[in-house]
Design a protein around this ligand. Structure first.
Ligand code: SF4
Ligand code: F3S
Ligand code: FES
Length: 244
């Protein structure tokens, strides 16, 4: 069963742009990315979109659909009524390159600022041992496909360009939490989480968790425990005495 849908797609580049209206065929079982591809094939051959796997695994096709941060390839057309206008815009938090493609290099910069896993001293590689419960804890965070939808959604940077310098965003605070909870990581990450990565700017709104296509409990399982660890350290009476 086919029908004609009304699409509005943002077109433009770093200098500016606007929404363009299209009427386009939709077939049963299709996702929004299929429709964008049909637009490229039939009406707008130069429409720029980033995608790779069409299976929700590469994290490339992030955009906003009717104002909600979503993966284009995982949003079924059946979630909209036939009469509904489907509006597709690029992620708002990152600079536009062209049409639906954003420059997400902010995220790569932040990724590089998180020091890598530091192996424990005196334990040879191959002799590392850890409990299954610790393995499972980090497995959840490892499901991240780096779509950056959480980074795009978090209000700390979404509406505040000036915070980008001092805030690494939920994806990379989660990476710090993952390493911090790793029983074999020898680095001390508390101080940096707060002072260099802006953990204190997160006020636990959980918007990041709501948009994560991998359903990672970013706030409950990474950010809140990390905040608790930082607070424990800061207010530990023995450590306080020691610091004095
Ligand atoms: Fe995407 Fe979730 Fe990873 Fe954030 S944590 S980048 S929303 S997969
Ligand atoms: Fe932002 Fe998520 Fe915290 S949306 S404010 S990082 S809970
Ligand atoms: Fe890979 Fe959508 S194309 S996640």
């Amino acid at each position: 069963m086919s029908y004609q849908a009304h699409f509005r797609v943002w077109r433009g580049d770093s200098a500016g742009g606007g929404l363009t209206d299209f009427t386009v065929e939709v077939n049963e079982g299709e996702v929004v990315l299929d429709i964008i591809h049909r637009l490229q094939a039939t009406q707008a051959p130069d429409l720029a979109v980033r995608w790779n796997c069409k299976a929700g695994k590469c994290g490339s096709c992030s955009a906003e659909i009717n104002g909600k941060p979503r993966l284009l390839c995982m949003t079924r057309m059946s979630t909209f009524t036939e009469a509904e206008t489907v509006t597709v815009t690029p992620m708002r938090t990152f600079p536009v390159v062209r049409d639906l493609v954003c420059d997400v290099s902010f995220n790569y910069t932040k990724a590089r600022e998180v020091p890598a896993f530091k192996p424990p001293e005196g334990v040879a590689a191959g002799d590392y041992r850890m409990q299954q419960v610790d393995v499972e804890r980090s497995q959840e965070f490892r499901k991240c496909i780096e779509c950056f939808l959480c980074q795009n959604t978090c209000h700390v940077v979404r509406d505040h360009e000036e915070n980008k310098e001092s805030f690494s965003g939920p994806r990379f605070l989660m990476r710090i939490a993952e390493l911090e909870m790793h029983p074999l990581d020898a680095a001390d990450r508390h101080q940096d989480a707060q002072s260099k990565h802006g953990l204190g700017l997160c006020n636990i709104t959980k918007c990041c968790t709501e948009v994560c296509p991998e359903h990672i409990k970013i706030t409950d399982n990474a950010l809140i425990p990390l905040k608790e660890r930082v607070a424990d350290r800061r207010y530990d009476p023995l450590l306080k005495l020691f610091r004095k």
